[in-house]
Design a protein around this ligand. Sequence first.
Ligand SMILES: [Fe+2]
Length: 349
Amino acid sequence: MSLENVVSGSREVTHVTPPMRVFDFDPAPYAKEFRAKGYVHIKGGVAPEFIEMVKERLEEYQRDRSQFLSDWEFKNKKQQYLFEFPEDNRLLREGMDTIAAVTGMAPDKVTLSERHIKVYAPNAHPNPPAHKDRFASRVAVGIPLFMPAESAVVLYPDQSREINGFDSSEDWRNSFAAADLPENVLKNVAPIKLYVGVGDVVMFLGSQIYHERINGAKAVALYLKFNDMRLDPLAEDPFMAMQRKASLARLAQITDHDLLDSALEVSPRLVRVSRHYTRNDWTEILMGQVAGEKSFPLSEDDVALLKRVRRGQKVRELLADAGIPEAKASECLATIRRLGEGGSIDILG
Ligand SMILES: [Fe+2]
């Protein structure tokens, strides 16, 4: 909040500028609609000053190529930039609370799984096949910054609502036989078309409802994706970065005695644990993957422990749950330290 003192005659008047907001609407009436349909288009729902701020940031990113996500450059389709919320994250938190109020997600568990500005190429395909977002993108929120009149978000809310359980949209697509691909299944189905203009916001169940943008050429939009499962598979939630930093600081100084009374969480940034077989002798290998880091080996005991951890559970309770007496806890504590330092467990304090 900024204060501006203006001297008016002999009187000093203080003008209070309210803090910037992401949204500018009352969520209550839209919550019922979202619950019933799985999507909602809120006209004029975005605060104009937020749109201006995102546009200014995009100009800066395009000028100096900062925040450009080269791995995400879909040739002839769109470029993506990683949007940075202002540093104190108050704006992000306020946006999360509004989105939770509309979509019914638990506010204390809301996690940001993606924050990309997408710039569609002039030759972007006008009618690409529909898709479902990765598992962690339970709710997709689209905030247009520039939108050609003919461009629309298409949704198929009455078709398969099976959740994409994969950690990518592509892996999920690759799991289908040709006949079951969305372009074949949805060929004769008329979608709902939402013409979401600048100033509007669209929210929908991204991992559950088939969707796509049609006539996307030259469209520019900020897409924010969320879940309330504490999953941050792209390492884009700043609150999770803070949690990780605090966890490492605790681990560096905590004694085993104090670790026993610390609470834990499987890291929201642990993307997956995978089991694969080598081609020389079919040796079975277990690997973990933390977002943005190199994959690392895990033992069967490590995975058994990870599967047992409940958010907020104390180490002492975890040991009791696993039937390990405290007198024999040292090996387990060493495992927790190793997994904590590697990023697959966070120590919450
Ligand atoms: Fe999507």
